[in-house]
Ligand binder design. Sequence first.
Ligand SMILES: Cc1cc2nc3c(=O)[nH]c(=O)nc-3n(C[C@H](O)[C@H](O)[C@H](O)COP(=O)(O)OP(=O)(O)OC[C@H]3O[C@@H](n4cnc5c(N)ncnc54)[C@H](O)[C@@H]3O)c2cc1C
Ligand SMILES: *[C@@H]1O[C@H](CO)[C@@H](O)[C@H](O)[C@H]1NC(C)=O
Ligand SMILES: *[C@@H]1O[C@H](CO)[C@@H](O)[C@H](O)[C@H]1NC(C)=O
Ligand SMILES: *[C@@H]1O[C@H](CO)[C@@H](O)[C@H](O)[C@H]1NC(C)=O
Ligand SMILES: *[C@@H]1O[C@H](CO)[C@@H](O)[C@H](O)[C@H]1NC(C)=O
Length: 551
Amino acid sequence: MGTKKPRIVIIGAGMAGLTAANKLYTATGFKDLFELCVVEGGSRIGGRINTSEFGGDRIEMGATWIHGIGGSPIYQIARESHALESEQPWECMDSCPDEPTTIAEGGFQLTPSIVEPVATLFKNLMDYAQGKSIQDRAGSDYSNLSAKALKISASNGGQRKLSVGSFLRQGLNSYWVSKKDQGELQGYGNWSRRMLEEGVFAIHENIQRTYTSAGDLLSLDYSAESEYRMFPGEEITIAKGYLSIIESLASVLPPGLVQLGRKVTRIEWQPEEHGSSDKEKVHGARPVKLHFCDGSNMLADHVIVTVSLGVLKAGIGEDSGLFSPPLPSFKSEAISRLGFGLVNKLFLQVEGDDFNKFPFLQMVFHRPDSEFRHKKIPWWMRRTATLWPIYSNSSVLLTWFAGKEALELESLQDEQIIDGVSTTISSFLSQPHKQDNSNSRELCNGNMNSMKNCHESEVKVTKILKSKWGTDPLFLGSYSYVAVGSSGDDLDTMAEPLPKHDNAVSPSLQILFAGEATHRTHYSTTHGAYLSGLREANRLLHHYHCVEVKV
Ligand SMILES: Cc1cc2nc3c(=O)[nH]c(=O)nc-3n(C[C@H](O)[C@H](O)[C@H](O)COP(=O)(O)OP(=O)(O)OC[C@H]3O[C@@H](n4cnc5c(N)ncnc54)[C@H](O)[C@@H]3O)c2cc1C
Ligand SMILES: *[C@@H]1O[C@H](CO)[C@@H](O)[C@H](O)[C@H]1NC(C)=O
Ligand SMILES: *[C@@H]1O[C@H](CO)[C@@H](O)[C@H](O)[C@H]1NC(C)=O
Ligand SMILES: *[C@@H]1O[C@H](CO)[C@@H](O)[C@H](O)[C@H]1NC(C)=O
Ligand SMILES: *[C@@H]1O[C@H](CO)[C@@H](O)[C@H](O)[C@H]1NC(C)=O
């Protein structure tokens, strides 16, 4: 190792960066084997974990759920740090148990007889795409229909570059074809049966857009979908806030190790594996030079880059030049091909006598070009699937946005958002639930009174809080997905250190990459980020034969 301790600089104090710092610091038995620091461009730690407060409740602006508690390292930290109980109410403290109420634009509630077969079809299609075995729903007469639909869709699955979006629509079309022999079913009001079914299907597509961050499911790769893994078990939120996981990881680090307000503007590295004497000519012994926004710089032996895929995409752009020299093409092409989408959350504080009965609302919209659409509902609300209180009695409502609707949300004034959401709520909840159709009982809940009673009083939105992941220069989006044209291999390529070494020389590991977008099977999640941070810390520990030093 020589007399100088190796200097490791981690860029970014989010989940990946702090996990790597925690591992490097604790695995060496606090023996100070490295000069270690974390440089963070923002004024807080946590990155895409941003626990906040709104209307007296604890809410999450970014990461929200532990996606499966079985075997999740995040769950383990949460439990060990006693983060799973709290006195203060928090988002989804009751895991949002209410049955959804599905209402169509214009204001009438749909019965399970129309909602459930389409929901099951959608679930079966997604399970199939994700390679899960489809549960046998014996006795349900739509299970055969969706099985047929699956067969037709899957025969197209061999196509290269099939998207999840087109797979889903093929499944829906096959479902309709297979049902044709059952005769035309009656619609309701100005909705045909098929329009309602398509609207229910669109709810699930829109939920999928927020899960994956693919603004358009036609750009989400079909074959990569089956590589994605989730932990088994319940999905829960964290009572003391997601930030408590971050604080737990950071708590072992000595003060000053994490430096805030240190935005890196350029990473100079040595692409050729020179002998050490050549390196010394350039920067002394340390091959990497970091430049910061305040004009200062810092030399390092190893840099772990954990910035988002969005920041990397911007960084390899013509006039940005985050890397100097630019990244080799195998790396920059993977960065370009992979998808990085936008998802935003909107919280609304509501007022009204009866708002505590606000339903777990699922919204069926007319198509944007439909002559029947309510013209005052803004376009950016029309792909919003759900609107619901963050727990049973909360006066705070939550709704999720994806894609261009999510980006639009960031540019709107609060009053414009309040206006657009209020118009939508009243179109869905305050219209008279007329039953002017003799067949309506089949599709609509006959007992409208229970619904009406809940919403007769006006629901008034008093204030809002929204996330802004798309325009914040430290993120430039929400999380990654495998876009059509890329593959799981690109996620592996993301994780490869630089310079790429041939087997003859020991790699110098100048630039290492961690972050959610570098994990092949757990990308887009906090635990994916966590595992990637561990991976890169271990790579360096192994490099210095430090693994045994662990106490
Ligand atoms: C709305 C939303 C909802 C989500 N929901 C969930 C969920 O329910 N469950 C789940 O598991 N995951 C969820 N995620 C994803 C999860 O938040 C991320 O996958 C994870 O937090 C990413 O961690 P990271 O360390 O890879 O990146 P980040 O958290 O982005 O950390 C990178 C850090 O680098 C900093 N940085 C950027 N550029 C520079 C620079 N030039 N110089 C210095 N510092 C820089 C950033 O400020 C940031 O702090 C959600 C994300 C969003 C946005
Ligand atoms: C489902 O398909 C099987 C054979 O494929 C058939 O025997 C069965 O009757 C079908 N069930 C329904 C409800 O259509
Ligand atoms: C569609 O139906 C709703 C509810 O019955 C009604 O309020 C609306 O006026 C109708 N729209 C058109 C364009 O007919
Ligand atoms: C919500 O309020 C009702 C009565 O208004 C009460 O019975 C119930 O326990 C409350 N639920 C929660 C989760 O606070
Ligand atoms: C993080 O949360 C705060 C509110 O607590 C908010 O002002 C800020 O915009 C959030 N960051 C992002 C990127 O959404």
